[in-house]
Design a protein around this ligand. Sequence first.
Ligand SMILES: [Mn+2]
Length: 355
Amino acid sequence: MKLGLGLYKHMLTAENYAFARQCGATHIVAHLTDYFADGPRLPGQTAMGWGVTRGDRSVWSRDTLARLKSEMNAAGLEFAAIENFDPGLWYDVPLGGPRRDAQLDFIAQIIRNMGAVGIPVMGYNFSIAGVAGWSAGAFARGGATSVGFVESDALGLDPIPNGMIWNMVYDPEAPEGTIPPVDHETLWANLHAFHDAILPVAEAAGVQLAAHPDDPPMPTMRGHARLVWQPRFYDKMFADNPSRANRAELCIGSLSEMSEGDIYADVDRWSRDGRVGYVHLRNVRGKVPEYHEVFIDEGDVDIPRILSILNRNGFDGTVIPDHTPQVTCDAPWHAGMAFALGYMRAEIDRLGRPA
Ligand SMILES: [Mn+2]
């Protein structure tokens, strides 16, 4: 099992690579689409909006991916995975819209590029509303700021405006109005179309597709169905397409927030079945309808037990800290990550030693 750090595109710097190494990480998971991208805030963009995406294709080229990988390697790190497709390049895949086939063609090219460069996992979130309904507060130990969710807050959220998916605006010229609601049956059909087109490409390229569960895990959000909002929907996803490239971006925090399931039995089953692409590790207190994110060593999840189950079942992929509470200091994000990485480094090392 490998310890990694997730970095957004603007954070893929020599300084952050050194930070990752110094905290004991050996692998990097890169988001290649920056949230809060430059550009104007638009009418209709909600407070949860993450900015505008222009659907930049160049970052996904074989040359760019190879350059990023060589920069990581030069810093003593491996390129473990890419996380999330750019909403501007794939919005009609979850929506089942008219540009789907053309967008699937480009996604297939991304997967082939990853295979050629040697990046083994593509993480994705098959979600229309994305994250919504969170609020921030002093929810973690010592009054550290983190995020929480209360179901009643999420019920009054606005519908999604035209030209937006997953909290990002992909068409600033879109007409007034909101996108038509997508129900569960349609969303699953859209997932199957994506899997039918891309899993064979991924298998041939030696790349795994790893699906993140819904966060927050609600059946619907902003009027749109969600996919993996209970653990049993991962089982459905794997049963519907048994390709060995069909995997989970196993988010322990999101799974712990779900009202059903036994997280230890579920992680045991999926890791025994070889369904784990890579792991997001964080801790949380509570479940839907109300929960709060906390530090990795507080909250409801026995994190050492999760790592022990993964280790026992021979999981040899990457585990990264998910979001963490902000530590009160001049570098709240880095301090939060350093704390989580140190905790995880110690646990992974302990598992590697003879009992
Ligand atoms: Mn996650």
